[in-house]
Design a protein around this ligand. Structure first.
Ligand SMILES: *[C@@H]1O[C@H](CO)[C@@H](O)[C@H](O)[C@H]1NC(C)=O
Ligand SMILES: *[C@@H]1O[C@H](CO)[C@@H](O)[C@H](O)[C@H]1NC(C)=O
Length: 103
């Protein structure tokens, strides 16, 4: 599963996951899951936002930040992005995974 796909169409991705798992769920259950896994819902859920674990220093950054696809472009410099691409090329050489960086 890819975050960008989930953001694009959460219901579709929940369907795909259920199909992969061989589960059949009701429309009501799908709706409930789709709502519960929205970024803003998970950010406010203490079971998913790491607020119960003392490992994160939220003064530096919340575990769940903005959830905006492509926001890295506002944070990485061109040089950092080139550096990332170089490391990625080496470390991810053998993968057939294709990541999206935008919707
Ligand atoms: C995490 O969830 C709790 C419980 O809903 C909420 O009070 C808290 O503000 C959330 N933390 C962050 C960093 O959003
Ligand atoms: C890629 O696969 C080759 C051949 O199996 C292996 O020697 C190499 O260490 C792998 N590279 C990475 C980055 O996993």
């Amino acid at each position: 599963m890819f975050y960008e796909d989930l953001v694009e169409d959460t219901g579709r991705e929940v369907e795909r996951l259920c199909s992969f798992l061989g589960l059949s769920i009701s429309a009501e259950q799908r709706e409930k899951i789709t709502k519960g896994v929205q970024f803003d819902a998970m950010k406010q859920n203490k079971m998913t936002n790491y607020s119960t674990l003392p490992v994160m220093d939220f003064k530096i950054s919340p575990f769940m930040r903005k959830g905006k696809v492509g926001d890295w472009k506002n944070l990485f410099t061109v040089a950092q992005n080139e550096q990332f691409d170089e490391v990625y090329k080496v470390k991810m050489k053998n993968t057939t995974l294709k990541f999206r960086t935008e919707i």
